[in-house]
Ligand binder design. Sequence first.
Ligand code: URA
Length: 192
Amino acid sequence: MNKEEELKAIKQECFECKKCELGKTRNNIVFSDGNANAKILLIGEAPGADEDATGTPFVGRAGKLLSKLIDDCGLSRKDDFYICNTVKCRPPENRVPTDQEKKLCENYLLSQIKIVNPKVIVLCGATSAKSFLGDKLKISQIRGQWFKIFDKYDATVIFHPSYLLRNHSETEGSPRGLTKQDLLKIKEFILK
Ligand code: URA
């Protein structure tokens, strides 16, 4: 089986999943977007309303901003990224997924990471970063830093685009400016 086929089998399991309450209220499984052979695997928080309606991660306002920032840095969302979330179903009212929901969904995410086997994992936002790096960390302190996860994957942290939607400035040192800087570092890293 190639990567696409392996991922399709995991996605199929998600369609049948009712392990947590989110399975009862979802309209769609939001499994992934992008390229299974990409060097960058980006993990967001959870699907929102637009994602739940379409089955594709990061397609709403935050997603559009993420796509723009990726584009501005000369990367391709479609080719350079495999995009997914800590949970595959939308939490009602866009609340943060609970630890238990993340735990019950974890095996799907771990399978995605193992199959894609990226060169770098981008933890997008606090929920994603805390899932891998521990609850105590502050996103503003760890963004732009590099970590090893599972003793194997290089990982880095960026601000979540929903936060950037509330911060319009793109000047140096602003959250958007820093995110562009972080994405350029990621680009440099995958081209090495
Ligand atoms: N926010 C996320 O974290 N993920 C999505 O897919 C959409 C918005």
